[in-house]
Design a protein around this ligand. Structure first.
Ligand code: 5GP
Length: 189
């Protein structure tokens, strides 16, 4: 773990500025407003990475929506998916007959999203779709459908705006790529 407390010091370069992120939320918000018109969706945020995105996104949606959270983990403190998905904390809301929209920070292998979609379908949700901020397609092992996404990203480990590195740096206002020396530090530990 870097010794400095300056949260910007671990970033090599910015990928998405605050303005880029805002524009993605506005665009997705408009699409979702149109697609969920007349419905009362249950918006399910995937903890903890999606909280920043969810709060900005729902305020761009002119839809009567309920919000709940699910904590599902496939990474732990690591930088690569363990391949095993665990339910850490469940919803408080019954999803039966509800139109559910999962909000996720990033989809990588797709295993986490597949697990969440299957779980909510098994519980009797009327529809289950997802909206991800970032879509990393290079490592996809699941054929889960990603209905809405803000932007594609390459196979790099990104941090900020909810996305963590060893549980820190979620509070960066922008999204950036980690410095290679930080990645080496973790790989050599
Ligand atoms: P998947 O199951 O699709 O492989 O992984 C999804 C989860 O992995 C995301 O919710 C996120 O927590 C984590 N993840 C995947 N790629 C990245 C990345 O580049 N940066 C960060 N911080 N987390 C990632």
């Amino acid at each position: 773990m870097p010794k400095t407390d300056n949260i910007n010091s671990i970033i090599d370069h910015k990928l998405f500025t605050e303005e880029d992120i805002h524009n993605m939320c506005v665009k997705l918000g408009k699409q979702l407003t149109a697609d969920y018109a007349g419905k009362k969706p249950l918006i399910v945020g995937a903890l903890k990475g999606a909280i920043f995105f969810l709060t900005d996104l729902v305020r761009e949606m002119d839809v009567k929506a309920e919000i709940d959270f699910l904590d599902v983990s496939s990474y732990g403190d690591e930088m690569e998916s363990s391949g095993e998905v665990k339910l850490i904390s469940d919803l408080a809301t019954d999803v039966k007959d509800r139109d559910v929209l999962i909000v996720e920070d990033i989809v990588d292998t797709g295993l986490t999203l597949e697990y969440m979609k299957d779980l909510l379908k098994k519980r009797g949700a009327k529809s289950v779709k997802c909206c991800v901020l970032l879509n990393k397609e290079a490592n996809r092992t699941s054929d889960v459908e990603v209905e809405y996404s803000g932007s594609k990203v390459g196979n790099e480990f990104v941090v900020g705006y909810g996305l963590d590195f060893m549980n820190y740096y979620r509070n960066l206002r922008y999204i950036g790529v980690l410095k290679p020396e930080i990645i080496k530090l973790v790989n050599n530990k």
